[in-house]
Design a protein around this ligand. Structure first.
Ligand SMILES: Nc1ncnc2c1ncn2[C@@H]1O[C@H](COP(=O)(O)OP(=O)(O)OP(=O)(O)O)[C@@H](O)[C@H]1O
Ligand SMILES: [Mg+2]
Length: 660
């Protein structure tokens, strides 16, 4: 691969990453100073298309906890009241120690020492009052701390329970989606529904919503207290603070554009690293290290530039702009000072008021930033719901036939299956208008072995994918024991067809567990027997922990052939009357393969078996061999007949074209 341009790389990799590109950092702290969201807080953007429906649906998830939320609201109210009232007591503190101020100016003095006048308010009484104020202050802040704690805890359970339910619903829907869905949606995309999208929802519920609500309460509470302290100054504050705050945050908001650019660059870098790490062997094989380094360097350079921009606006300009509200603060302080000098306003009142005017600007500065989090959370929720709304595999027909369990002796529990399979004039395409299989007709009597051979892409795997209804056919009919497979319960149908898929897959777990995946109620002895059938026993015994060896990362610690043997053992454990082996032994050496053959013969005995193999030695003893070409059966017969025919099979088998 020649070195690609930066644009090309960005286009390819920015959405490829499955790595979570961002943590929920920098967003917490309801009622905080409203500093700009740092670059770590930037979110993948995207506006929700139908916010109303999404909001309604999201609320239906959260509404389950409405009682808790109500309690949270009460705590929030208390908490805010405490903080507003606590600030107010500063006025009393200053006024009590200010010898020039008469005691009536202090609320607590009026309350606890009603007989105090300017004349009898001596130092002893002042100290006593100071003590009382401090005690009240301590009590108020204690209530504040407790309510804050309870509110935080409760809200955390709301958000975590909600996202847990979302993840569950999403995962359960994924389990029910047809195979077709996974053809068109990458793992990375689906993973980011679980990580990025659900995380933004979490952040929104947990901190954004609470900080907006507590912000609103603070705003009202502060306003009331400001009016109580001084009406004139309140008027000034109410006019100037929003004016400067909003201009400031308007400029700060402009920088959000740089955040998304930075986010995309980060995604590209992550995607690129991910691909090179996963493909590190291929990179080395073809000596692409230098190109990789150059490509990475250009992506990395680009990320640096965008990060500088984003952090300059977010981390440097943002705070400066947000501080515009300090101008309002200055004006308030100036006018308040004049009021003190000429209109008898008390210094304590001024100090408290300046404090309030600060508090008043926090929520206002905060709103516009929180709004963008809400938008990206809604966009995330919408993407999550879109997956949840995907059509699941079509439901079983109402009168679907149950099949007796594969190992049942009698058919009291449903129709017991012998394994007669018939495909009658079956046509199918993955995409409409592009047929992959054309008019396939064949039969397999119970216990017979049918082989499919043919060149790569001919449609062999596709036929087997139709038997167990990974895909439903477009035309024709497939029957098992004379009944259309669409008339059986889907789960029953699948439990009666054991498959060794062309792409092996092993789960994280022990070898024992992985083989037992084929039949969960199998005993250890049965598992070991199955492993022997598949000739896997001897290599398993050579592993340090034998059957208890842990497999990780799709069995990365095994060889390709060993992985295949485990997949065969898994199928061998199943008692299904129909068996499909898709290139089951393609990576196994010929000696081991011959070894398996006896086991395989035992495995196939009394079962209808479909074998796909490029290595023709594995198919020669089949009852019938179908030669597929471009989705059609072009030759059929047993090994001798087909050889005698001297056609495509002869060509495949002998490796040479018939000389004529
Ligand atoms: N999920 C899919 N979506 C769209 N087209 C597909 C899909 N899977 C396979 N095809 C197409 O269907 C055709 C048949 O594929 P199939 O996997 O059945 O081939 P095959 O005979 O098993 O080949 P091989 O020997 O390489 O395993 C191919 O042309 C392929 O491009
Ligand atoms: Mg195949």
């Amino acid at each position: 691969m020649a070195k690609r341009s930066l644009e090309e790389l960005q286009k390819r990799y920015s959405s490829a990453s499955t790595v979570k590109s961002d943590g929920p950092g920098g967003m917490r702290g309801p009622g905080g100073p409203g500093g700009p969201r740092g670059p770590r807080g930037a979110r993948p953007t995207g506006k929700p298309k139908n916010s109303k429906a999404t909001v309604r649906r999201l609320i239906s998830y959260i509404a389950v906890y409405r009682m808790r939320i109500l309690v949270v609201l009460v705590f929030m109210l208390l908490n805010t009241l405490c903080s507003v009232a606590g600030s107010y007591l500063l006025r009393d503190v200053i006024n009590v120690v200010d010898l020039s101020v008469s005691p009536e100016k202090s609320v607590l003095v009026r309350l606890f020492m009603p007989d105090a006048t300017a004349d009898n308010f001596d130092t002893t009484r002042r100290v006593a009052c100071l003590g009382i104020i401090v005690l009240v202050l301590a009590a108020i802040y204690l209530v504040g701390v407790v309510t804050n704690y309870l509110q935080g805890r409760l809200m955390l359970t709301v958000s975590q329970n909600t996202t847990e339910k979302l993840r569950n619903d999403l995962f359960n829907r994924l389990q029910k989606l047809p195979v077709r869905y996974f053809d068109n949606n990458t793992t990375g995309e689906l993973m980011s529904r679980f990580t990025n999208d659900i995380d933004t929802i979490d952040t929104m519920i947990n901190s954004t919503v609470t900080s907006l609500i507590s912000g609103a309460i603070t705003l009202v509470g502060t306003l009331v207290m400001m009016l109580f302290t001084n009406v004139w100054l309140t008027m000034i504050t109410v006019v100037f603070v929003p004016l400067f705050s909003l201009t400031g945050s308007f400029i700060a908001k402009k920088s959000s554009r740089y955040y998304s650019a930075q986010q995309a660059a980060l995604g590209a870098v992550n995607g690129y690293i991910e691909e090179t790490v996963t493909g590190s062997k291929v990179v080395k094989v073809f000596n692409h290290e230098a190109t990789c380094e150059e490509e990475f360097d250009s992506l990395n350079d680009d990320m640096r530039d965008k990060q500088i921009k984003a952090q300059f606006y977010g981390g440097v300009m943002g705070p400066i702009m947000n501080n515009m509200s300090n101008i309002a603060y200055g004006i308030t302080a100036g006018v308040g000072g004049l009021l003190c000098l000429f209109a008898g306003f008390d210094v304590g009142g001024l100090a408290v008021f300046c404090n309030y005017s600060r508090q008043f600007s926090f929520p206002i500065n905060n709103i516009s930033m929180q709004m963008s989090t809400i938008f990206s959370a809604l966009a995330g929720a919408e993407r999550v719901f879109t997956v949840m709304d995907q059509e699941p595999e079509a439901a079983d027909l109402p009168d679907a036939l149950p099949m007796a369990p594969a190992d049942a002796q009698t058919d009291t529990e449903g129709k017991s299956i012998r394994g007669d399979v018939v495909l009658d004039n079956v046509s199918f395409g993955y995409l409409p208008g592009q047929p992959v299989l054309k008019h396939i007709s064949l039969y397999a009597h119970a216990g017979q072995k049918i082989a499919f051979v043919g060149s790569t892409g001919a449609g062999k795997t596709t036929i087997t994918n139709l038997l167990n209804r990974f895909y439903d056919i477009d035309e024709g009919v497939i029957t098992i024991d004379g009944v259309d497979i669409r008339c059986y319960k889907r789960d029953d149908l699948r439990s009666h067809i054991a498959m060794v898929l062309q792409d092996t897959h092993l789960f994280t777990g022990t070898i024992m567990e992985n083989i037992r995946y084929g039949r969960l109620d199998a005993t250890d002895e049965e598992v070991i027997q199955a492993a022997k059938t598949a000739s896997a026993h001897s290599f398993i015994m050579r592993l340090s922990d034998g059957y208890q060896t842990m497999l990780e990362g799709d069995g990365a610690n095994l060889s390709q052939g060993q992985r295949q043997l485990l997949n065969i053992a898994r199928a061998a454990l199943s008692k299904a009357p129909i068996l499909v082996l898709d290139e089951a032994t393609s990576s196994v050496d010929t000696r081991t393969e011959r070894h398996i053959e006896h086991g395989m013969d035992r495995l196939m005995k009394n079962r209808t078996t479909f074998v796909i193999a490029h290595r023709l030695s594995t198919v020669r003893n089949a009852n019938a061999i179908m030669v597929l070409e471009h989705g059609e059966i072009i030759e059929r017969g047993n090994h001798e007949q087909l050889l005698a025919m001297g056609g495509r099979y002869y060509e495949l088998y002998t490796g040479k074209k018939e000389l004529d």
